[in-house]
Design a protein. Structure first.
Length: 215
């Protein structure tokens, strides 16, 4: 009889301990948040697939809406040649991964910045860029980028440069200059190596175009 009572006491004590633990478990009675560390919204969700936002594509991806769609189509065509097929539960499709890559390659920001612009993390942005660049290098680089292969071809480039710029025996040139500007209210990142806020202007000279300015 005494053993039965002891067993009942043990069971009651265990149940009481479990009830107390559940009552004090913060997971079931969370306090309201005091700070927000991340957001699920991003500009990409509002503009993707809409030709009316062609200006947005030019500004942030450095290409027209039509060109972006062409790039996406070419990447999709070769995706499984280099990468594994996307799973049914993949959060980001190929179009978004191309967008992350173009944004990263055309801006001075970090992977973190490029990813957040499309709702992706830094690790995801790194993976997306690696996947897209691998396709570009393996499937399109050789047919798209070609340097002169013979002395005659180099001579043709040199003659074209001389015709446009007036300087002989040159196949290409690049130079840059710093232009001082008044300091902005948000001036961080605008100071140059010489210690004053400035625009960094870069000019490239190639035979077929007089000058292409780049930032």
């Amino acid at each position: 009889m005494a053993e039965d009572i002891d067993e009942e006491c043990v069971v009651v004590a265990a149940a009481l301990a479990a009830a107390v633990a559940a009552t004090h478990d913060g997971r079931h009675s969370r306090e309201s948040s005091t700070a927000v560390w991340s957001t699920r919204t991003c500009p990409w969700d509002s503009v993707r697939g809409d030709v009316l936002f062609c200006g947005w594509y030019r500004r942030y991806l450095r290409c027209t809406f039509a060109n972006f769609k062409t790039i996406v189509g070419r990447i999709e065509a070769k995706w499984t040649d280099i990468n594994l097929p996307l799973g049914s539960n993949a959060v980001f499709d190929i179009e978004t991964r191309v967008g992350v890559t173009l944004f990263y390659l055309t801006h001075e920001g970090s992977y973190q910045v490029a990813g957040s612009f499309f709702g992706a993390s830094k690790a995801q942005a790194i993976a997306h860029v690696d996947q897209v660049v691998a396709i570009l290098n393996s499937c399109y680089l050789e047919s798209t980028v070609r340097l002169p292969q013979t002395l005659h071809e180099w001579h043709v480039v040199s003659m074209g440069f001389e015709r446009v710029c007036g300087v002989p025996n040159v196949v290409g040139a690049i130079d840059g200059s710093l232009f001082p500007v008044h300091r902005f209210a948000d001036y961080e990142g605008w100071y140059c190596r010489k210690g004053f806020p400035a625009f960094n202007m870069q000019v490239k000279k190639i035979p077929c175009v007089k000058g292409i300015s780049g930032n």
